[in-house]
Design a protein around this ligand. Structure first.
Ligand code: NAD
Ligand code: UDP
Length: 318
């Protein structure tokens, strides 16, 4: 324990803490008065994301890969370590699969050994290219097990299985959040996901790269809303295991997103049509009834407002 920690202060491990979501989560947990251990191998994470936190005495950084076990004393674990952007998780598919499975298993072992509560950053990708719309947690999904997205989709599905088996077999206190497309400051300019791509391209006066005809849909959640959902889920009583959808039930086509981004930035670079990647889901929108009922949670930031904040961030970095 750090010398200045009070006994009531929680020691919280955030794997993937230098990434986009992880850095916001570390910031929030520190602001709430906790001791935060950020564990990351910096595969997609950046020291810049946590630069403002490293002088805080209650903040520790461990350069470590979750595929190897680690021994720490912690009260809570948020397991976020895993590249989330298709271009990055497909760059090293075996490492992605290993991170999903071995990372989850190592963190569950740690939770079992310490008695810590553990939250898994799962994903709407467990629903694959869904035939049920919007997607409730009861839907088992429509996932290609051998495609280019499978290292991530099936890895995250296997991680959920591990979570529930550690819960059933060993009584580990689990929380599984299924996150739908989330965006905001601290995404890398070369992250490759659609919101950051469009903003960076528009700010540079380049064409916005729409994959396919742009009629595919996604529902975008602003990062602050998502972090609030994480905190509420972790604080919920032990009977609440999830899975629980966290996302915004407002659905947009990629064409609509391109138009909104262009109008907010006032860019003139136009549109560049590129081929649709394999197995790209055609539609996605969360049913968040369970999150509303169990956590009293729902998103509060509309897409236009969240995009405006994200654009302000990217003006400072590109
Ligand atoms: P990100 O790529 O910005 O962050 C992932 C972090 O994990 C990075 O800091 C990276 O360096 C680290 N990491 C990767 N492999 C690791 C390993 N083997 N050991 C240690 N650290 C490792 O992505 P993000 O958007 O912040 O996503 C965080 C988590 O949330 C991921 O698990 C992702 O699957 C999940 N998620 C995110 C979204 C979203 O829209 N942002 C949606 C669904 C699920
Ligand atoms: N997309 C796009 N242009 C881009 C990046 C992505 O049209 O520059 C599309 C992509 O094909 C997908 C949607 O935007 O249909 C969301 O892609 P992203 O990689 O952000 O997330 P995911 O596919 O994992 O939901």
């Amino acid at each position: 324990m750090n010398a200045i920690d009070s006994p009531s202060k929680k020691r919280i491990l955030v794997t993937g803490g230098a990434g986009f979501l992880g850095s916001h989560l570390c910031t929030r947990l520190l602001a709430d008065g906790n001791h935060v251990i950020c564990l990351d191998n910096f595969y997609t994470g950046s020291p810049d994301n946590i630069r403002s936190l490293v002088r805080t005495p209650a903040f520790e950084v461990i350069d470590h890969d979750v595929t190897s076990p680690i021994d720490l004393q912690v009260d809570e674990i948020y397991n976020l370590a895993c590249p989330a952007s298709p271009i990055h998780y497909q760059r090293a598919p075996l490492q992605t699969l290993k991170t999903c499975f071995m990372g989850a298993m190592n963190m569950l072992e740690l939770a079992q050994a310490t008695g810590a509560k553990i939250l898994q950053a799962s994903t709407s990708e467990v629903y694959g290219d869904p035939h049920v719309h919007p997607q409730p947690e009861t839907y088992w999904g429509h996932v290609n097990p051998i495609g280019v997205r499978s290292c991530y989709d099936e890895g995250k599905r296997a991680a959920e299985t591990l979570f529930f088996d550690y819960h059933r077999q060993f009584g580990v206190r689990i929380k599984v959040a299924r996150i739908f497309n989330t965006y905001g400051p601290n995404m890398r300019p070369d992250d490759g996901r659609v919101v950051s791509n469009f903003i960076v391209q528009a700010l540079r006066g380049e064409g916005l790269t729409i994959y396919g005809d742009g009629t595919q849909t996604r529902s975008f959640c602003y990062v602050d809303d998502l972090i609030e959902g994480f905190i509420r889920l972790m604080a919920s009583d032990d009977t609440v295991t999830g899975p629980i959808n966290l996302g915004t039930p407002a659905e947009f086509t990629m064409r609509e997103l391109a138009e909104l981004t262009t109008s907010l930035i006032g860019s003139t670079g136009g549109i560049l049509h590129l081929p649709l990647p394999a197995d790209d889901p055609t539609q996605r929108k969360p049913d968040i009834s369970r999150a509303r009922e169990v956590l009293g949670w729902q998103p509060t930031v509309a897409l236009e407002a969240g995009l405006a904040r994200t654009i302000e961030y990217f003006r400072g970095v590109v």
